[in-house]
Design a protein around this ligand. Structure first.
Ligand code: IMP
Length: 204
């Protein structure tokens, strides 16, 4: 099925395409179809994911998939949250955002550096779809004291996930390692389960 993917983020494009191709979804990137990004005015990840999916579907006539994601840091009351991409300013780079985060956490001990990546993925069959499919994923971890690793994007160099990785940041994981457990992978698995579930009452 051809689906337009409403994101301009190259890192996310790569991850989602790798996860969806085996399921038979042919992803077309919205920018390749002449669709400019819509302003993310929602106050929640879900509102922004739906806003982006409906916008892409409206302008292309294709079913659309969008994700919205970000980092929530306990010691900052859940910030940067929906503002993760623009934490250090509208045109902030990943390095600017990471530097600001580390500055805000100076003096915060390890025990209080808990954080999570959160992702919401929305799928709409068309722009006015009254019953969109919405799925959530969370990846728990904590924020390190300095950037580590050279892969990934965004806050990957300072996010140390829970699990078997012994203090490695996400930027030090391979793509398959990250794609097996990330917030985006979990949300996508949940989305696929919902899309592939038999309709209620079908007897399947
Ligand atoms: P979005 O494009 O509005 O979903 O913004 C997501 C922002 O959250 C990104 O620009 C990153 O700063 C951050 N983010 C989301 N997922 C990840 C991830 O897997 N690794 C690192 N940063 C992430």
């Amino acid at each position: 099925m051809r689906v337009v993917l409403a994101t301009g983020n190259v890192g996310k494009q790569r991850e989602l395409a790798a996860l969806l191709a085996p399921q038979g979804y042919e992803l077309r990137l919205q920018k390749d179809l002449g669709v400019a990004a819509v302003e993310e005015t929602g106050e929640t990840f879900e509102a922004n994911a739906l806003l982006k999916a409906r916008h892409a579907a409206r302008l292309t006539g294709l079913p659309a998939l969008a994700d919205d994601s970000g980092l929530e840091v306990d010691a900052l009351g859940g910030r940067p949250g929906v503002r993760s991409a623009r934490y250090a300013g509208e045109n902030a780079s990943d390095a600017d955002n990471v530097a600001l985060l580390l500055r805000e956490l100076v003096g915060v001990p390890d025990a209080d550096r808990g954080a999570r990546f959160r992702c919401v993925i929305a799928f709409v069959r068309d722009a006015a779809d009254p019953d969109p499919v919405v799925a959530h994923g969370v990846w728990e971890g904590h924020i390190g004291h300095a950037p580590k690793g050279s892969g990934g994007f965004g806050y990957d160099p300072v996010f140390l996930p829970q699990g078997p990785w012994q203090g490695r940041s996400v930027a030090a994981l391979s793509d398959p390692e990250k794609n097996g457990v990330s917030h985006r992978a979990l949300a996508l698995a949940q989305l696929m389960a919902q899309l592939l579930a038999p309709p209620p009452g079908s007897g399947r």
